[in-house]
Design a protein around this ligand. Structure first.
Ligand code: GDP
Ligand code: IMO
Ligand code: MG
Length: 428
């Protein structure tokens, strides 16, 4: 068996949680491979809404195992809160959730370093979610990190103190920030006890044994490819590999084990935090996308910047990920538009480009737009592709012909059931 992948092709928040939750029923295991509580994945079903940060989006499906992979960074305090939410909803997570021993831990001082580093950057700040993601991955690559498996060792407290003391030294290079470390540490160590209730496994053996026993596995991405540490709009990115390659390192699977790679894009585009966004709208269309799409961050509540869909950026991320099928989400958000636009190229200093420039953040990118007729009617109750208005079909087909990958799913509402399947010959 191979492992299928679902990931975001833009700057995050494409609707990964919803699609993973929908498809999870076809799989035996859902595994997160990177990121951490910077993610906010929203699921809506049976009149309920859940936002997951570290826990994979298959958790609500009975009989499915969920793995927090080694590539994920785990904040035990946030994990404890998420588990409490699941308990409240009567989800028996004990029989469904595993964590890799090699996943790195976010310490309270990682969060402080994130906040201090952002404060010091002033106007140049990344716009981080302040969950300690960057500092934790820095300690991972710097070979100083603490991992889930360490909590079971006798000298865990000593290891913790060493790293915490180093962080306190580091904090001195930044402007002062207020914190109550004793309170934070009490909370953190209390949460470590909850973390210990989850089975800690050798995730790489678990996943490979499952693949060898013909189990179906879905890898769930966090963030989006334009936030990838290597290929995103650096330095305004997150600190992990959000692309398909991250599945191999974040779960311990070989490249030839990758099966379907399902890329998700909104029918338009959003971004939270700093960094260039060529198709960003500052007009009433942008405000309409934000209002109807309820574009507020699921983790931080910050307003998301909104704009038209960006084809050159999508062509780039489709290339990087080896996308085999596409999902378009939030098409219903555009129900009231007279005209819809898509950027089909970038004009930079008068020359048209279809590739992304190295200096993306500072280049003077002028999007070249193609216009499409809006459908001016609600499509929220459509269940079959043929029943979409002609203008909706034309827009979807125009995207497909430019992106050169089959669009197999169209999401027309936040609820689990609002998904129009199209030519899904795919082996999912
Ligand atoms: P993720 O981080 O990729 O999982 O996405 P988020 O959960 O952060 O943001 C997506 C938001 O859009 C959530 O509020 C979802 O409930 C909502 N959503 C997902 N799909 C659709 C859709 O097709 N239509 C509408 N209107 N909302 C959607
Ligand atoms: P999901 O999985 C949208 C953005 C932050 C910031 C940058 C770096 O819900 O799609 P970090 O906290 O990682 O240091 O922040 O990345 N960012 C996201 N934007 N969705 C996310 O996750 C994001 N995770 C991080 O806003 O610009
Ligand atoms: Mg999100």
């Amino acid at each position: 068996m191979n492992i299928d992948v679902i990931l975001g092709l833009q700057w995050g928040d494409e609707g990964k949680g919803k699609i993973v939750d929908y498809l999870a029923g076809n799989y035996d295991i859902v595994a997160r491979f990177q990121g951490g509580p910077n993610a906010g994945h929203t699921l809506k079903f049976d009149g309920q809404k859940f936002v997951l940060h570290i826990i994979p989006s298959g958790i609500f499906r009975e009989g499915i195992m969920n793995l927090i992979g080694n590539g994920v960074v785990v904040d035990p305090v946030i994990l404890k809160k998420e588990l409490a939410g699941l308990r409240e909803a009567d989800v028996d997570y004990h029989s469904r959730l595993l964590v890799s021993k090699k996943a790195h831990l976010i310490l309270p001082t990682h969060r402080l370093l994130d906040a201090a580093s952002e404060a010091a950057k002033g106007k140049e700040k990344i716009g981080s979610t302040l969950k300690g993601i960057g500092p934790t991955y820095m300690d991972k690559t710097g070979r100083n990190g603490l991992r889930v498996g360490d909590v079971y060792t006798d000298d865990f407290r000593k290891k913790y103190d060493t790293l915490r003391n180093k962080h306190l030294q580091l904090l001195k290079i930044y402007p002062d920030i207020d914190f109550d470390l004793e309170m934070l540490e009490n909370q953190w160590f209390g949460s470590i006890n909850t973390l210990k209730e989850l089975p800690a496994v050798d995730g790489e053996y678990y996943i490979n044994d499952a693949l060898n026993s013909d189990k179906k596995i879905l890898a769930e991405g966090a963030q989006g490819s334009m936030l990838d540490i290597d290929f995103g709009t650096y330095p305004y990115v997150t600190s992990s590999n959000t692309i398909t390659a991250g599945v191999c390192t974040g779960l311990g699977v070989a490249p030839q084990r990758i099966g379907e790679v399902i890329g998700i894009t909104k029918a338009y585009c959003t971004r939270v935090g700093s960094g260039a966004f060529p198709t960003e709208l500052y007009d009433k269309d942008g405000a309409e996308l934000a209002r109807v799409g309820q574009e507020f961050g699921a983790t931080t509540g910050r307003p998301r910047r909104c704009g038209w869909i960006d084809i050159p950026a999508l062509q780039y991320t489709i290339m990087l990920n080896g996308i085999t099928q596409l999902v378009i989400t939030k098409i219903d958000v555009m129900n009231d538009f007279e005209t819809i636009k898509a950027a089909t190229a970038y004009s930079i200093n008068g020359t048209e480009h279809h590739t992304l420039p190295f200096d993306f953040n500072n280049a003077d990118i002028e999007p070249v737009y193609q216009s499409y007729q809006g459908w001016k009617t609600s499509i929220n109750d459509v269940t079959n592709f043929d029943n979409f208005p002609t203008a909706t079909k034309d827009y979807i087909q125009a995207l497909e012909s430019q992106l050169k990958v089959p669009i197999t799913m169209i999401s027309n509402g936040p609820e689990r059931t609002k998904l129009v399947l199209r030519n899904v010959e795919a082996k999912i």
